[in-house]
Structures are given as structure tokens and as C-alpha cells.
Design a protein around this ligand. Structure first.
Ligand code: C2E
Ligand code: MG
Ligand code: MG
Length: 708
């Protein structure tokens, strides 16, 4: 029998033996604290009738061991010292709404024997209610202690009426004053006083936009249903406090630990602002800081700074030779060196690849060369990485930043131009921004804009420069040269051709030149004149384009001109290009079609004999620079003779460019050069002038003997 069964048994007995409203307490007695006897329900204290003893452990089996232990303790205490006791016991510990019973014990003496009367009663409604409420409170307390967030409730007078374990843990430095009845104001004051929060709280960033970091006492039920603030604790934890009000004006504060979120957010921010390889700022963060720095500057601030854009020389080669990991280490070493070579408040960033940038503030322009020299020297010091010695080469573009200059894009553009200059002048040096460069860039932009229109509107004209045979003086052909007269200014072909090459206009421009030249030649034929060869300059960009081959053939057919009339002048640099195979294929297709191939500006590049053979070149054009120095004593004669000899051995024709004097003509002729062009014969002529020149030249040839 356990106590529950006993309870039912006794209740049942009470119904049988007691009159209504009579005291229902039925008694069990223990004598030795180990066994009990059930007394007849009808008997009174003084007249006890006993049943055989039953083990007490049996009776109390079922309740939890703690309860069992406690009841035993109470029984023994009562038996030994006569102390009465009372104990409320749950019948079903799993359900807080279950009926409870009260056990009471008191000592009686019967027949000289000490017995303890154990009465069992079901709690009355009031007592049960109180008990239940107490249990409910405890249960909720326990439940809320398991919630990972801190929770506290303050009454309308700001007194703490409830808080859970996590709330107290949030305020670890003032744990001693976190107690029921404590004033919110005191908690906050003490928290400040004892440094509960980090000294300079980092307020919420954009990733947590709902926070306002308001001080707690500025919030009230009138300000809105919920107020949020985020604080950093002295130990680095981030806590977000929410305060809200219940309808009966209790204020509930919850404290959520958002450290993980903040850490992730900080990591993201770090990734977004810093270069992961070197730990330096990245481009975006650098520009942002520079912008802030400039914007914060007062107008009368005399400070000046300088921006240095830099590039490691031959980084690609280091990467290719030693591998990417080594390359990364090199970048890291250089980043560190850079950081250590400037002052700590200077801005240093890696823009990507091997490009770094530094902004040094408060350096007067006059002092800058010295500072930059020092920086450059420090960066160039040899270093050892994995046992490999590296001698870093650094090219730097420097631009002095004036206080009034706020256009960051412009400053960056200037640094870029200066860096370009440093590289062009041989790398591993620094160059200041040259305003002339900016002017040139501006012009380039304007020209580019106009050039597209000029090509589309047929405003690119052609000049024809005659080529003559050095032996007979007879006309051989014309070199076709593009001309652009832009509002009265003759833009140098080198300038607009380079521009067109860089900006995708060269195909259109080239085809335009070819078409007009062929049409002019065909027109001449119709008037019974022979225009001879047409040497048309072709850019390397065109040569890489399959369309160029097709369209050239199409134009030649369209104008019904023999392909061999067209001599395509390709520059020496074209055959040195990386895409040489592609170019070679296109050149071969055109040569097979019947066009002649001339190698222009020969001697200025690095073309070798094998290049000449590979490209089936028909004509070599000796560059003007050799011709112009023929009369000087510096060995050019030997070079020109060698070129001519070489070309003839390879069964090529030789044309000398830029022949301006009779001496040059004579020398070239003496060396066996085939043809020549230059001012001695004619400057590049308009279509009409070229036609007239041709006619007159024919006449002249009939009369003058050019042969020496
Ligand atoms: P290039 O093909 O070497 O052209 C020869 C250049 O030498 C021409 O300069 C011509 O005007 C100049 N010249 C000719 N004889 C003499 C002389 O006796 N003395 C001096 N000082 N100069 C002489 P231009 O017309 O300024 O052309 C420069 C370059 O522009 C050309 O060099 C050629 O590479 C390029 N070019 C011109 N027209 C075209 C074209 O339609 N397409 C392409 N792709 N390039 C072109
Ligand atoms: Mg040429
Ligand atoms: Mg040339």
C-alpha cells in the first residue's frame, strides 16, 4: 500500500464511519518510525484500535526520494523530541494542479507507549490556491531561468518585481544590488558607476537598424510600445535591451545577448573594408576615409597632403617564376613594409593585384620629394622570402593634394597618370603628376568623341605620297595616309590613329581609308592613268580581326582592282605581337589573295630574319630615322646597307622613307635601294594634287634622266 492508496482507503473509511461534517482526519500511527498501523476511523485519540503493522517505506513508496527522506526525518524528530510537524505533499508531482495532501504528525502516549499520530487531509481550497500560486510562480521562475535571454519586470514605480538568472548575469558587476524591490534608476546608475558597460559603447551599425541606443530612462510607455538599445558590456558581450509595457503599466525589460550577431557583423565589416591578403584597407574603404578627411577639412586649413599610387614592377614575372603562393607572400611583405614606412595615421590600401595606394596628410608640397624619396628607398630594400632574395622595384605616381581639391576621382586620375609616366620612363621610380598630362587626357577625350563622328560623316580625308623608283625616277605608287582636319587643326595621324586603335574605331577608320583609296585609284584608271601601287597602312588591331581580311578582299573586288596593286603596310611591332599566329594567318590569307605585304618602319623594332620569312614580306620600308641620319657619321650607312642587302637576299624590295635630300637619294641609290618616298619628291598630296603630280611627273620623266 502506498500513501495514495492509503489516502483513498482512509477517505473511503471516513465515508463509512464518520457523520457528515465530522472531522475527516483519519489516523495512522507509527511507533518505531518504520511501521504503521491503521486505526479504525471511528476511534478517537484515547481509544485507538490497531491493525497489524505495515512497513512505512511501503506506505511512502511512490513519492520522490527527497520527499520520502524529509517525511522520515520529520517522523523521527517527532518521536524523539515530540515536535509536531506538517508537510504538504503532492500526489502527482508532474501536475501542479493536482490535489495535494497535508500530512501532520503529533506525538501521543497510549498505554505508556509513545506513538505518533499521522493525519492525512486533503488541503482546503484556500490553502490549495495559495500553494498553487506559489508553485506556479516557482515553475514560471524556473522556466524563465531556462530562457537564454535576461528578463526583468519593474512596477509602475520603477521597482524590480521579477528578474531571471540571465538578467542578473547581464549585470555581473552589480549582481549584489540586483534584487526584488530595487529601483531601476539605481541599477542604471550603479551599472555606469561600476563600469558595467564598455567605456565607449559602439552603437549599432547599419546591420542592426532598429536600435537607437537610447538611455533607459528616456523611454516611457508614451514614447511607444517598445524601445530598443544596444550596449557593449565591459567583457565584450553585446546586449540588446528591449523595453516594453504591459497594459497595467509594468515595464518588461528583456536583455538579448547578440554577441554572435555582432561578431559576424564585425567580421563582415572587416571583410568589406579590408583586403584579406594584406590586412590593409581596400579601395572602397580607402576612398571613403579619404573623402571624410577632405570633407572635414576647414577652408583655411593650410594642410596639404600627397597621394601616392604604386605598382610593384614585374610582379607578374615573380608570380610566374616562383608561384602564386610566393607572390602572395611577396605582396604581404611589401604591404607590411609599406605600413611600417609611413606614419600610423597615413592611409594605406591595396587596390588589388600589385597596386597599392598611400595618402599622407599634412605634408607641405615642398617637403614631399624628400618624404617620397625616403619611402621609395625603404620599399626597394632587398628582402628574403623562403630563402629567395627579391629586390623589389616600385613605380610610384605622386600627386600633391591641395586643401581646396575635393574631387577624389580627379586626384586618383592624376595619380594614375603620374604612375603611367613613372612606368613609361623605365619603372622603379616615382614621378609627380604633370598637369600637361591632364591636358592631354582631356584633349584625348574630346578628340575621341569627335573622331567617331568624323569617321561616320566621311570627314577623314586621304593624302597620297608618291613612291618613285630610284634607278629610273619613275613613279611606282603612292602611300595612302589618313588626314583629319578638325575645325582648321590638322590632327597628327599618329595621335588619332592611336586613339582609334585604343577605342575600337580603327576598323571603321581603316576600311574607310581603304575604300576611298581604291575608289580614287579606280577613278584614275577610268581617266586612263595608272596610279601604280597603293600602299595602305594597316594597324595591328585590324590585323587581328577576321573581318578585316574579308572586307579588304570584298573592297578590292568591288572596285575591280588587281590585288597586287594593294600593298598592305604592317608595322614591325605587329609581327612581334602575342597574337602573332592569328596575325600571321590573316596576313597569309591576304598575300595568297594577291596583295603585297610591306614591313613598315623597319629597323625600329626587333623583327628577326625568321619573322620576315614567316610573314612572306614583299617589301621592306627603311625607317625615316635611318635615312635622315645617312649623312652623319654614325654608322647608319652600314645599317642601311645591311638592310638593303638582307632584303635583296630574301628577294624583297626596299623602299626608303623620308628621303628629303639629294645626297640621301644618291646614297640610297648607290646602296641599291629600289624605291624611295619623301619630301624630295613630294609631300603627301590631296587626291587632286596627287593626280596632277602624277600627270606632271610622267611628263617630267619623259624629259629628265634620273639615272645617275
Ligand atoms: P608611316 O606609315 O611611316 O608614314 C610615313 C610618315 O612619314 C607620314 O607621316 C608621312 O607624312 C611622313 N613623311 C613622308 N615623307 C617624309 C619626309 O620626307 N620627311 C618627314 N619628316 N616626314 C615624311 P604621317 O602622315 O604623319 O603618318 C604618320 C603615321 O601614321 C604613319 O607612319 C602611319 O604609321 C600612320 N598612319 C597614317 N595613315 C594611316 C592609316 O590610314 N592607317 C593606319 N593604320 N596608320 C596610318
Ligand atoms: Mg607607312
Ligand atoms: Mg613608316
Amino acid at each position: 500500500m502506498n500513501i495514495i492508496t492509503l489516502h483513498h482507503h482512509l477517505l473511503h473509511a471516513s465515508q463509512n464511519h464518520f457523520a457528515e461534517n465530522e472531522h475527516p482526519g483519519l489516523l495512522a500511527i507509527t511507533r518505531d518510525g518504520k511501521s504503521f498501523r491503521i486505526l479504525d476511523g471511528t476511534t478517537r485519540d484515547g481509544d485507538l484500535e490497531e491493525t497489524p503493522a505495515v512497513g512505512l517505506d511501503d506506505l511512502l513508496s511512490g513519492p520522490d526520494p527527497d520527499i520520502l527522506r524529509e517525511v522520515h526525518r520529520l517522523i523521527h524528530r517527532c518521536l524523539s523530541s515530540g515536535q509536531s510537524w506538517s508537510y504538504v505533499m503532492e500526489l502527482d508531482a508532474g501536475d501542479i494542479f493536482q490535489d495535494d495532501i497535508r500530512l501532520t504528525g503529533r506525538l501521543v502516549h497510549k498505554n505508556g507507549e509513545s506513538l505518533m499520530l499521522l493525519s492525512i487531509s486533503v488541503l482546503d481550497a484556500g490553502a490549495r490556491q495559495t500553494l498553487r500560486l506559489r508553485r506556479l510562480k516557482t515553475a514560471f521562475s524556473e522556466m524563465l531561468d531556462t530562457v537564454p535571454h535576461g528578463m526583468a519586470v519593474f512596477d509602475h514605480e520603477g521597482r524590480l518585481v521579477y528578474f531571471n538568472r540571465q538578467y542578473a548575469a547581464t549585470y555581473d558587476r552589480i549582481a549584489d544590488i540586483i534584487c526584488i524591490g530595487q529601483q531601476l534608476e539605481r541599477i542604471e546608475k550603479e551599472a555606469c558607476h561600476r563600469g558595467q558597460f564598455a567605456a565607449s559603447p559602439r552603437h549599432d551599425s547599419a546591420a542592426l537598424p532598429d536600435s537607437d541606443n537610447t538611455e533607459a530612462d528616456s523611454a516611457s510607455p508614451e514614447n511607444g510600445p517598445t524601445r530598443t538599445s544596444t550596449r557593449r558590456l565591459h567583457d565584450g558581450r553585446w546586449i540588446r535591451f528591449h523595453r516594453t509595457w504591459t497594459p497595467n503599466r509594468f515595464m518588461v525589460i528583456s536583455a538579448v545577448d547578440i554577441t554572435d550577431l555582432k561578431t559576424a557583423e564585425e567580421r563582415l565589416e572587416l571583410q568589406a573594408r579590408y583586403d584579406s591578403l594584406t590586412g590593409l584597407l581596400n579601395r572602397g574603404a580607402f576612398l571613403e576615409r579619404l573623402m571624410k578627411l577632405k570633407a572635414a577639412r576647414r577652408r583655411d586649413d593650410i594642410a596639404e597632403g600627397c597621394l601616392i599610387l604604386m605598382d610593384l614592377d614585374h610582379f607578374k614575372a615573380v608570380n610566374d617564376t616562383h608561384g602564386h603562393q610566393f607572390g602572395d607572400r611577396y605582396l604581404q611583405h611589401m604591404a607590411l613594409r609599406l605600413r611600417e614606412s609611413v606614419r600610423c595615421n597615413d592611409l594605406v590600401a591595396r587596390l588589388g593585384g600589385d597596386e597599392f595606394i598611400v595618402y599622407m596628410d599634412n605634408i607641405p608640397e615642398a617637403d614631399q620629394p624628400q618624404v617620397i624619396d625616403k619611402l621609395h628607398a625603404a620599399l626597394r630594400q632587398p628582402m628574403r622570402i623562403d630563402g629567395v632574395e627579391i629586390r623589389p622595384g616600385v613605380s610610384m605616381g605622386v600627386v600633391a593634394v591641395r586643401k581646396s581639391e575635393l574631387d577624389i576621382d580627379r586626384i586618383m586620375g592624376r595619380a594614375d597618370a603620374a604612375l603611367y609616366l613613372a612606368k613609361r620612363e623605365g619603372r622603379d621610380r616615382w614621378r609627380n603628376f604633370d598637369p600637361e598630362l591632364e591636358r592631354r587626357n582631356a584633349r584625348r577625350r574630346i578628340l575621341l568623341d569627335d573622331l567617331g563622328k568624323a569617321v561616320a560623316e566621311d570627314r577623314i580625308t586621304l593624302a597620297f605620297q608618291p613612291q618613285v623608283c630610284l634607278s629610273t625616277g619613275e613613279h611606282v605608287g603612292f602611300e595612302v595616309l589618313a588626314r583629319w582636319n578638325r575645325d582648321g587643326e590638322n590632327v597628327p595621324p599618329i595621335e588619332f590613329i592611336t586613339l582609334a586603335e585604343k577605342n575600337g574605331l580603327i576598323m571603321d577608320l581603316g576600311m574607310h581609308v581603304m575604300d576611298r583609296a581604291l575608289r580614287w585609284h579606280a577613278g584614275l584608271s577610268e581617266t586612263g592613268m595608272n596610279g601604280g601601287r597603293l600602299a595602305v597602312n594597316v594597324s595591328v588591331v585590324q590585323l587581328k580581326n577576321e573581318r578585316f581580311v574579308q572586307e579588304t578582299m570584298k573592297l578590292i573586288r568591288h572596285h575591280a582592282i588587281a590585288p597586287e596593286v594593294v600593298e598592305l603596310e604592317i608595322t614591325e611591332t605587329a609581327i612581334m605581337e602575342r597574337d602573332v599566329r592569328l596575325i600571321e594567318r590573316h596576313v597569309r590569307q591576304l598575300a595568297e589573295f594577291g596583295c603585297r605585304i610591306a614591313l613598315d618602319d623597319f629597323g625600329t623594332g626587333n623583327a628577326t630574319l625568321s619573322h620576315l620569312q614567316r610573314f612572306s614580306v614583299h617589301t621592306l620600308k627603311i625607317d625615316r630615322s635611318f635615312v635622315s641620319q645617312l649623312e652623319e657619321e654614325n654608322g647608319n650607312i652600314a645599317i642601311v646597307r645591311a638592310i638593303i642587302g638582307l632584303a635583296h637576299n630574301l628577294e624583297m624590295e626596299v623602299v626608303a622613307e623620308g628621303v628629303e635630300t639629294e645626297t640621301q637619294r644618291q646614297l640610297l641609290h648607290a646602296f641599291g635601294c629600289d624605291n624611295a618616298q619623301g619630301w624630295l619628291y613630294a609631300r603627301p598630296l590631296s587626291m587632286l594634287d596627287a593626280q596632277m603630280w602624277l600627270r606632271e611627273h610622267r611628263e617630267r620623266c619623259k624629259r629628265v634622266d634620273y639615272v645617275i
